[in-house]
Design a protein around this ligand. Sequence first.
Ligand code: CTP
Ligand code: CA
Length: 229
Amino acid sequence: DRGPDVRPDLAGRKVVVSAGGTREYLDPVRFLGNRSSGLQGYALARTAAARGAHVTLVSANVSLADPAGVSVVRVETTDQLREAVVAATATADAVVMAAAPADFRPVSMSDAKIKKADDGSAPPIELVQNPDILAEISHDRAREGAVVVGFAAETGDASGSVLDLGRAKLARKGCDLLVVNDVSGGAVFGSTDNEAVILGADGAVVEVPHGTKTALAHVVWDEVGRRFP
Ligand code: CTP
Ligand code: CA
């Protein structure tokens, strides 16, 4: 944490941060979800507010206290997250998508709780892809000028290293910055620490050493601040 060294360098800026993981309901009591704790997004919201920004935090299913001085919008599903982020982004200087939207949702949600069949069978679950919020925001010409940041949790695989995958994702999404985490082993989820490389569409490569999610959040805002027009 930068503690007393924090300067109000984001004063007058309006920023949007998404945090947590979305839920896609199968029926009124069951959902598909993911392991995002929301800690990184909340650290981003808190640090931006500490640096003087007007912050809207779109929060999906986290169990964390509202950061002081931040407007919090609570959502559950990816469609709700998309609506809230797109609305808040209309007048924003920067958007950071730290949330983990579920990539898929059930084709339909049952209005009643799904019951077990007596014959021991299980119902098939058919999924459709959710909209890609980050790509939509990045490619929306009306929002030209807002600095757009994505996060990517990657495990290297046969198709490439974590950094190769990050570069490809940055290009595919069309955002200005992509914060790439190596999550091989699952150590990042729910942890207060993080280690990352920030890739810029301008070719920048900023290595962030192992440290707190608050420290990483400050480096993200440093890089965002550098890119304000
Ligand atoms: N993201 C988004 N909308 C989605 C999925 C992801 O805005 N429907 C954002 C995330 O918030 C994150 C970035 O895109 O900032 C990268 O998310 P990631 O899950 O790594 O990307 P995907 O395109 O879903 O690719 P993958 O198949 O690797 O999950
Ligand atoms: Ca995904």
